[in-house]
Structure formats: C-alpha cells, structure tokens
Design a protein around this ligand. Structure first.
Ligand code: ADP
Length: 640
C-alpha cells in the first residue's frame, strides 16, 4: 500500500457539473438523500451477492444496514453503510470522473440550458454529486469488502479532491456532509440539519429500501410508530423505513404516489412514470414483476452499449442483477422495473440465465404485459400515448424488425405521420378511414417528413383523396423490409415500382402516351444513360414534370446514408425516371425531338429534369455546379 496523500483535480466535466449544480436554483435539493441511500442500498445488495460465493466477505453476525445520523449543531450529516465499499482506484473512477455516458449527455443539456432550467437536475438524478447542492464539503471514507485498508476522499466541490489511505476503517462506506449555512435571504430554504426532516425524507423517498435505515433513537423526539431496537454494538436505534419491497405488496393496497416514488428511486427520474405494470405469476414458475414505462426519454437512450433491458432481477427479494437483459427484449429497453423470482437459484450466472426456461417464460409474459399495457394506453389515453411514442417509438419499432412473432402486434402500436393531416395515426386507423375496397396500405419513405409530404409521388394519390403513411425514420427502412403486410393488407410503397392505384382508364391513357412519346423517352434514356435505368411515362404525377422511381425491393435514402457513414461502398442506384405526359414540358420535349434536336438541347433538359427530381426527394445533386449553370442559362434565354 502506498499510503500516499494526494490532491487530484476532478475531470474537467465533473468540475463543470459541480459548478452548475452548486449554483443551481434547483428547488428539490432534498433528492441528495435519496441518491445517497440508493447508492448505499446498491452497495449492500452487491455485498450480499458477492458473499454468496465468497462467504468470508460477510459473516452472519454482522447486520447489513444503513446508518443515518445528524449533528444539528455542527450542521453535519453522516450516512454509513457496511456494504461492498470501494478500492482507491474505484473511488477515483466513481467520484472523480463521469463514468456514465448519460451523465455526460446530461451535462451537455445542462450546459445548453444553464441555470434557467434547474429541473433538469431532478429529471436526471445526478447521483452522488448532487450532495454538493447542500454541502460545502464532503468526506467519503470507504473500505472495500475483502481488503485491509481504506481510503478517505475529501472535497469542497471546487475542482479538486484529496485522497489519503486510512487504516482501521469499518467495511463499507461512510459519507459525511458538512452542510452549507442556511441562506439568510431565503426563508423557504429547507434546513437539512434536522433529524425530523431527514426522517420525513427517508419515508418519502426510501421507505421500501430493503435494508434498515436507522438513526440513533435519541435524535428523534417523537418517533411515532417506528421500530426501536438495540444494535449488536449496543446503540439504541429507530428504524426509519418500513423495508417492505414495494413489489411484494398487493396492488390494491398501493397508492399511485407510492408506485411513482419507487419508480423514481429505481430510475433516478424526477418525473412520474407514464404507465405501471404490476403482476404476479403463480404456479410452477412463481414471480412478481413491477415494470414502468417512463414519461421522458433518457438522454442516453441511443448510446452504444445502452441497448440492454433495464430491469433488475431479484430472487426471493435478494438483488441478483441489475440491467438483466434476459428479462425483456432490447426493443423494450425503455422499460424500468424489477422481476422477483421465487424459483431461480440465488447464485445464477449469466450463462445459466441464458438457458433458463423459467426465465424465458418470464421474458415472454413480461413482454406481452408491456405490449398490452401500451395497447391500453393507446386506446384510452391518446395524449399520453403520443408522448410515449415521441419518446420511445423509435425503439419500439425495432421490435418489428427483430421479432417476427410479435411483428404485427408491435406494428399495431406504431404511430405514423399521415401524408394528409398533422396527427400521426395507427395502421388500424389508416385502414378504418381508407375508402371502401382499398386493400392496400400506401406508404411513402424519404429523407424527412416535410420533403415527403411534398413529394411528387403523392400527387396522383392525393388527387383521388387518398392518403399514405410516411416512413421517414432510419429504422423505418428495416421496418419496411419486414412488414410487407398488416392484417392481410399489403403495404405498397409509393416511391417504388409501378404506380398501383391507377384505374383502367389511367392505364389506357398511359399506354397511349407511351406510344405518343416513344421518341422522347428513347432519346432521354440515351442522354441520361449514365444516371437512370430507363425513362417511362408516369401515372403518379399531376403537377411535377418528372420523378424518380425505385425498384420494389430497393433500399432507401437512410440505408445509403448509413453505408456512407460507416465507410462501406454504396451500390450505384440507377432508377427509373418517370415523365409526366400531361405537363406542358412533355410537349416541348416532343417538339424538340421531332425537330431533330439540332441545338443539342435535349441533354441539358434531361439533366435539368433529373436534377429537379433529385431535389424534390431531398437527394444531393451529382453535379450541382452544372445544374446551377443550366438554370442560369435558362433564365438568360427566357429573359432575352
Ligand atoms: P450511480 O449510483 O448512478 O452510478 P453515483 O454518482 O451516485 O452514480 O455513484 C457512482 C458510483 O460510485 C456508483 O455507481 C458506485 O459504484 C459508487 N458508489 C457510490 N456510493 C457508493 C457506496 N455507498 N458504496 C459503494 N460504492 C458506491
């Protein structure tokens, strides 16, 4: 052991975070206690779990608990747990840097909004560092289970911290907060140097914590119905929490506020959950699940490595594993919660979990329950559902891509913007309001909603009063590959293949036009042979002169972008150029070709048509300077 005392600088981002937090106007500073208790509770969970395989870490006589104490005069709070503790290296990592990418995102958001938006702090739950909102100085003394010596970390939150090795520490972590002086100008400010208030806060935020949270009994004058007892060391204490894991209580006895508080503890979120799913499975595979759908999108939802389920696994009330990916598929990774099994062995390893049959059943049932709850939300609380959809729809859609069995059910939960009106609708709503006899679901893809809504591909359909669902998210490309049919109705892409909605009369008209314009089509095809596969007459256009059409099974714009971004070769995509024979330009082209195109204009006109079609769909021009020169030339020619 080095026994070195050293002063180190916080990582720059921590410094910034602390600065923002210390000066924040955030009014719920009390959450610091919830954060500290939650860390202590995690540390006890971890110790108990490690001790299953290394019994020496925890001998049976020593009761695992969280001690809270306060010295009202010296304005000091002490919170101690005899959990897993931290090594010196872990202290540096956990209390000196920003380890979680979510915290980094949070910092970015906070930086952007600054002190005007203090509620961000609560929404995110900034963990340990939130204590600097209430304390001038913090000391953490910790000794890792199974090691001899401990370490003391001290900081005033001003950019540096000091580390020193300390002998003789108890196992676990002891945190001392030197509270800030009460502001003279703010009569509303809560004074945390008050045992009664701390007791209230424990009840409010941490009542269901499984470990006893205890306080020396002499601190509290009126202890109400709290359990009073003596610890092994002779201290007389009061238990501040009821310890009953919330999920074990019956649904009827639980109030919405209690569910919400537990959610906040679990998810480190400040906002209430949007939906709660609580159920018990009896019989051969016994378990209880309490699952929440959050109302806000966490900042790190799409970070690499955050694609696992966020449900914790307990076995007979003993915490076994956080973020247990076997409990829910990754496309439900926005769900938070716990599953407590009565049947699994306590010392399960990841390998066992992967093959465990009861776990597979749990996963199936939890998935079904969450999907049902979302279906009910969609049908009964549409506004809330839209909020859910805005936050998590993109993730849920992944279910269509990866889970064939659930594909239709998940598809039924999707909301898609309509080409017609502002409100996004479901596939069933689309079907219900489509004209009688329409046995297809028209969809249209593209770079973004605004572009797609103005797309030439919609013209003929819109003229008939028809509607299409817009699929403009990157994930939609994969959704469209998988979801070719919904409830027996084919999904037809407007920008791909032949136009499908043209009636017999339209078809005849098109055949006539093809004949009439054969010369133009052939010539254009020659001139544009480097860019397009062929040129034909369109039956999908009303206003625009031309449009580009993909193959039925082509990949879309987002797919190509992804290939480009990841440095993979993008296969050349030669599409069909469709010409609007009703557009006055078509007749002009015909005159030009009939007259022999003496001036060689057709090449330029062809390039202009092609360029326009690219612009209309939001694609880049292959040769923008040439396009722009052609346009200038046209302007000059027309103003002669
Ligand atoms: P979070 O708990 O959300 O990860 P914190 O900033 O609160 O973020 O804590 C960072 C890390 O420090 C924790 O993940 C944990 O590894 C460690 N830690 C904090 N408090 C304790 C404690 N009482 N005992 C052991 N480890 C702790």
């Amino acid at each position: 052991m080095t026994n070195a005392t050293e002063t180190r600088a916080f990582q720059a981002e921590v410094k910034e975070l602390l600065g923002l937090m210390i000066h924040s106007l955030y009014s719920h500073k009390e959450i610091f206690l919830r954060e500290l208790i939650s860390n202590a509770s995690d540390a006890l969970d971890k110790l108990r779990f490690e001790a299953l395989t290394q019994p020496a870490l925890h001998d049976a006589g020593d009761e695992l608990l969280i001690r809270l104490d306060v010295d009202e005069e010296r304005r000091r709070i002490v919170l101690a747990d005899n959990g897993i503790g931290m090594t010196r290296a872990e202290v540096v990592e956990n209390l000196g840097t920003i380890a979680r990418s979510g915290t980094r995102r949070f910092l970015e958001a906070l930086r952007a909004k600054g002190a005007q938006s203090p509620e961000l702090i609560g929404q995110f739950g900034v963990g340990f560092y939130s204590s600097f909102m209430v304390a001038d100085s913090i000391t953490v003394e910790t000794r890792k289970a199974g090691t001899q010596d401990g370490v003391r970390w001290t900081s005033r939150g001003d950019g540096e911290y000091t580390l020193e090795d300390v002998a003789g520490l108890e196992r676990g972590t002891r945190i001392t907060l030197e509270l800030k002086a009460l502001p003279a100008d703010d009569e509303e400010a809560q004074d945390f140097a008050d045992a009664g208030l701390l007791r209230e806060l424990v009840r409010k935020y941490s009542d269901f914590v499984e470990w006893p949270i205890v306080m020396p009994s002499e601190r509290l004058q009126s202890e109400g119905a709290l359990v009073r007892r003596k610890l092994a060391d002779g201290t007389e204490i009061l238990e501040l929490n009821s310890k009953k894991p919330l999920w074990m209580r019956s649904k009827d006895e639980l109030k919405p506020e209690e569910y919400a508080q537990f959610y906040k503890h679990l998810a480190h979120d400040w906002s209430d959950p949007l939906e709660t799913v609580h159920f018990r499975n009896e019989g051969s595979n016994e378990y209880t699940a309490l699952l929440y759908v959050p109302s806000e999108r966490p900042l790190d939802l799409f970070d690499p490595g955050r694609d696992k389920s966020h449900v914790s696994l307990y076995v007979r009330r003993v915490f076994v594993m956080g973020d247990c990916e076997e409990l829910l598929p990754s496309w439900l990774r926005f769900v938070r919660g716990v599953v407590d099994s009565s049947d699994l062995p306590l010392n399960v390893s990841r390998e066992i979990l992967q093959q465990n049959r009861s776990l597979a059943q749990i996963r199936k049932r939890c998935t079904t329950k969450v999907l049902e709850a979302l279906g009910a939300l969609r049908d009964s609380r549409r506004e809330d559902y839209e909020r859910f959809w805005a936050a998590f729809g993109t993730v849920l859609k992944e279910g269509i891509v990866v889970d064939r069995e659930r594909m239709e059910q998940v598809a039924g939960l999707c909301l898609f913007p309509s080409s017609k009106d502002e409100k996004a609708i479901t596939l069933d709503e689309y079907i219900a309001r489509a004209p009688a006899g329409q046995d297809t679901i028209y969809v249209i893809g593209g770079a973004d909603l605004a572009t797609v809504r103005r797309s030439p591909h919609l013209e003929a359909l819109a003229a008939q009063g028809g509607e299409a669902l817009c699929m403009v998210e990157p994930v939609d490309e994969w959704v469209r590959d998988m979801l070719t049919e919904y409830k027996g109705k084919k999904l037809v892409a407007l920008e791909r293949g032949e136009a499908q909605f043209a009636g017999e009369a339209e078809k005849q008209k098109r055949e006539d036009a093809e004949r009439e314009y054969r010369g133009v089509l052939e010539k254009l095809e020659q001139e544009l042979s480097g860019s397009v596969a062929s040129v034909r007459v369109s039956s999908r256009l009303k206003e625009s002169p031309a449009v580009l059409v993909d193959d039925v099974d082509a990949h879309g714009i987002h797919y190509e972008r992804m290939l480009r971004q990841t440095g993979r070769p993008v296969p050349p995509r030669k599409r069909v150029l469709e010409l609007n024979a009703d557009h006055p330009l078509a007749a002009r082209l015909k005159s030009l070709v009939d007259a022999g195109d003496a001036g060689g204009k057709l090449k330029d006109w062809g390039d202009l048509l092609y360029g326009q079609a690219l612009l209309a769909e939001g694609s880049p021009l292959p040769d923008a300077p040439r396009f722009s020169k052609l346009v200038s030339d046209l302007m000059l020619a027309s103003s002669k």
